[in-house]
Design a protein around this ligand. Structure first.
Ligand code: HEC
Ligand code: HEC
Length: 353
């Protein structure tokens, strides 16, 4: 559905929704109508309205990720070991954690260079997004070409500019050489005659990633801790709604729910990457990317699909111009960035096994 169609449908539904008295619990759930926001007029934006909108359009991070209900401790433990396993790259130098760091610095699950360097030294063309909270999104990768964490995990190991393995069989053969994996796969996938498969490897990594849930001060505030956010952070929350950033960046991960064009209002010149067009070849998909989630975004510089924008302030300023056609004032930018800081979430320490 295009944004236009969604907008019309939701406008038509609005009186009915209002009449039925939509409950907060229902709308804070995964899906909710982003274009209710068109009804939020500037003058209405006092704190109470902001809070209501924050619950409607954003919402607190759930404590379980989709699919996480059935993950066993054995499967998660195997997935964690595989996540840090360098033997599944061509020259045994690279693991998932080498591009999505969980055990260093502030554990943002990404890396600090514009585009990633693969096991053989070649560079990809896209910036590495964070794996933290990633499974709450509708799809994985900048262009959404993997539907979930399971499908995603199968990609990088065989990708010729990332971990560069030749085939799934070669990956499994490597693991069979290492002590403990055979037993770990059996424990993680009991009752199967051949637990050591490439699909099970991906399933285990996905199970581990589904534990990477990191709520922040914003969630504490939604839980009722009024002082969890400063005055400036609260102003930033009002602005992110009022400026319609949440028209695209909505849901519990503040993004990761729809695909949009970069340069929706004013063309963005900084990218040669054509986004979803490169897989679909449909003209309407040119420069269309997944609207990235903004959870932990203040920790994952540099920005945009090509990693060409160095600071969060610049990324926010460019969003105002390219996506909304507004020149944000410096105080707007700093309020918005202050709010984004409340989306930083700390994980319990994740150490290499
Ligand atoms: C060489 C660096 C590199 C390695 C190694 C690597 N990744 Fe990535 N990862 C990336 C880049 C770059 C992207 C974005 C690529 C794209 O969108 O086309 C990405 C995307 C992702 C995403 C999607 C996040 C989102 O928000 O869309 C997940 C999840 C992920 N990687 C997990 C993994 C796992 C699990 C492994 C190990 C099996 C791994 N990565 C190995 C660089 C790497
Ligand atoms: C029309 C949809 C749309 C609107 C409105 C919008 N964004 Fe975005 N935003 C995107 C898309 C799409 C991207 C990914 C662009 C890319 O890298 O190609 C993005 C990227 C970002 C990023 C960089 C994230 C990263 O990890 O690199 C930030 C920060 C951001 N947006 C903040 C905002 C703020 C703040 C506002 C309001 C001022 C806003 N956005 C409004 C669609 C939108």
């Amino acid at each position: 559905m295009t944004r236009f169609v969604r907008c019309i449908v939701l406008h038509a539904l609005l009186p009915a929704i209002a009449f039925c008295g939509i409950t907060r619990a229902a709308v804070a759930a995964e899906e909710f109508p982003p274009h209710l926001q068109y009804h939020v007029h500037e003058k209405m934006m006092d704190w109470e309205t902001t809070l209501l909108c924050a619950r409607l359009f954003l919402g607190r991070l759930p404590s379980v990720m989709p699919g996480g209900q059935s993950d066993t401790p054995e499967r998660i433990a195997l997935g964690k070991r595989l996540y840090f396993e360098r033997a599944i790259s061509i020259n045994r130098t690279q693991s998932c954690n080498d591009c999505h760091l969980l055990n260093e610095g502030r554990r943002a699950g990404a890396e600090s260079i514009p585009t990633s360097k693969g096991a053989l030294g070649g560079f990809g063309k896209r910036n590495s997004p964070t794996v933290i909270n990633s499974g709450f999104q509708i799809a994985q990768f900048w262009d959404g070409r993997a539907v979930n964490l399971f499908e995603q995990a199968k990609g990088p190991i065989l990708n010729p500019v990332e971990m560069c393995m030749k085939s799934p069989e070669e990956v499994i053969a490597r693991l069979k050489e290492i002590d403990g994996y055979k037993e770990a796969f059996s424990r993680a996938f009991p009752g199967t005659s051949e637990p050591m498969t490439y699909d099970n490897l991906a399933e285990a990594i996905a199970a581990f990633e589904r534990t990477l849930i990191a709520p922040g001060d914003f969630d504490k505030m939604l839980d009722g801790q009024k002082n969890a956010m400063s005055r400036q952070e609260k102003r930033g929350l009002t602005k992110i709604i009022q400026f319609h950033c949440t028209e695209c960046h909505y849901g519990v991960t503040v993004g990761g729910r729809i695909f949009e064009m970069i340069g929706a209002v004013h063309p963005y010149s900084g990218t040669e990457d054509q986004g979803r067009y490169e897989i679909s070849k449909k003209i309407e998909d040119r420069f269309v990317f997944k609207v990235p989630m903004l959870r932990n975004v203040t920790r994952t510089a540099p920005y945009f699909n090509d990693g060409k924008v160095q600071t969060i302030e610049e990324a926010v300023r460019l969003m105002g111009w390219h996506q909304l056609g507004v020149n944000l004032r410096p105080e707007d930018v700093s309020d918005l960035v202050a709010f984004l800081g409340t989306l930083e979430g700390d994980l319990p320490p994740v150490e290499a096994p």
